[in-house]
Every structure is written in C-alpha cells, then in structure tokens.
Design a protein around this ligand. Structure first.
Ligand code: G3P
Ligand code: MG
Length: 249
C-alpha cells in the first residue's frame, strides 16, 4: 500500500521567530526584516495575556526580550503593549512593541506570508491557549489562501486546538523524538512532525514520509546543514540566519 503525503502548501525555509537574529524576535519589525530578506514564511510564538489577548512572546518571563520583569502571565495586554520589546536587541529597534496575533495576521496576510503559529502557553494555561489560538486563527485567516500551521510542544494545547478548529493544520513539535511518534501524530491528526535538526537522519525523513507525514527541522543555522537537510527531503527548516541561508539561493 502506498501512503500519500499530507498536503504541505508551505515554503521550505521558515524565518524562526519572524526575523531570526536580524531583528527583535516576535515583533513586526522582525517580520519586516524577514520579508526584506526574501522569507515568505515565519514561525512565531503565541500566548495569552492575563486578560486573554493573544500576543507574541517566546519566554514565560518578560526579562530577556523586553524592559519588563517577571511572568508575562501576570500582565494585561495594555501593560504588555506599553513595554519596549526591541531595545534589548539593538538601539535601532528601540520602541518595538509586543504585537497581537491579530496585528500579525493582518500584516502576514497582506504580504502573502505563510505562518507557523507555535502555541507557547503560559504555564497552566495550555488548553485555553490551544483553544484560543485555533479559534482566532480560523477567524483571522478565514479568507487567506494558505492557513497557518499550528504547532506546540504542549500536547494538551494541540489537543485543544484540534477540538476547537480541526480544519486548521497541526504539527507536533518535539524536543526529543518519541518512539511512538506515529501514534501521537495520528492522535492529534497532524500533518507533520517538527523536530530538533540534530536528530534528523535520512532514515528519519524516509520513515516520516513513508507514514504519510511531513518533517520540519528547527533550528538550522549552518548553511551546509540546511543544504544537507533539504537534500535529504526535509520539508521545511527553521532558521535564524536569514542573511546566510537565502530562500532564493
Ligand atoms: O517551532 C520551532 C522552534 O521555534 C521551537 O523552539 O524554543 O524557539 O520556540 P523555540
Ligand atoms: Mg518557537
């Protein structure tokens, strides 16, 4: 029996956190930098503010990427929006704000950019974040030609997203590849598996494809490794090195 591969309407190169290293992560300024470097798909991290607004932020805490301190979960959207999310990167980006998912939907759809929305819940908010992201994505991208790919390290979030909006494609994101990855992909009705690039081998690509799924690898910052993974048939790579790894090369 031949297994057919799941649909995959996405580019093979994905700008990690929007703008990679070029600009502050998870900001519109970062995405503009990614766009200028030819990238047409961005990965970004989404969580809920205290008052249930979906915003872009990687860490649980504000300290590394903003001028705020402590858990993001304790802040309302108005408090988060008042923070500087760019000065930590470089003075040129001072004043960049934490964007909402709604703002990012508008920008990416206007520019024809595909999205991988990584559901990155604040601790304890896994299911409600999965539900909120899936419902928001279904609504915000309802007229877009390509739906975002949802992914998460949290299987609780992925389950909630699946229940809320089953038609939005999903990928299981894993730190380490579980031995039962096929069962988990079936369970969450995923299109693909997103793995640490260090774990990718030609045999893994072959097994994942033979099972009917797509394989994406994060985070690939060495151009030679990027070439190798793409030559092996990996469906997409996430990279921070937007100047060295070019979509048009
Ligand atoms: O989604 C791929 C990658 O972003 C996962 O790791 O920590 O950068 O969100 P992290
Ligand atoms: Mg991420």
């Amino acid at each position: 029996m031949t297994t057919s591969l799941s649909p995959w309407p996405y580019p093979r190169l994905i700008a990690h956190r929007g703008g990679g290293r070029l600009a502050p992560e998870n900001t519109l300024a970062g995405m503009r930098a990614g766009f200028e470097h030819g990238y047409r798909m961005f990965e970004y991290d989404v969580k809920l503010s205290k008052d249930d607004v979906l915003i872009l932020l990687h860490d649980d805490d504000l300290d590394r990427t903003t001028n705020g301190q402590g858990p993001a979960a304790a802040r309302t959207y108005a408090e988060l929006a008042a923070l500087d999310a760019g000065a930590w990167h470089s003075p040129a980006f001072a004043g960049a704000r934490i964007p909402t998912l709604q703002e990012v939907a508008r920008y990416t759809i206007e520019q024809g950019i595909a999205s991988n929305v990584e559901i990155k819940p604040c601790p304890g908010r896994e299911m409600e974040t999965g539900t909120a992201v899936a419902l928001a994505v279904r609504e915000l991208w309802r007229d877009a030609p390509v739906p975002p790919l949802l992914s998460s390290f949290s299987e609780a979030a992925l389950t909630a997203a699946h229940v809320a909006a089953p038609q939005i494609p999903r990928a299981l994101l894993v730190e380490k590849i579980p031995t039962d990855w096929r069962d988990r992909l079936v369970q969450h009705d995923c299109a693909g598996l997103n793995v640490n690039q260090k774990d990718v081998t030609p045999a893994l690509v072959q097994s994942v494809h033979a099972a009917g799924y797509r394989l994406a690898a994060w985070t690939v910052n060495d151009p030679a490794r990027a070439r190798q993974l793409l030559d092996w048939g990996v469906d997409a790579i996430f990279t921070d090195e937007l100047a060295a790894i070019r979509p048009d090369a």
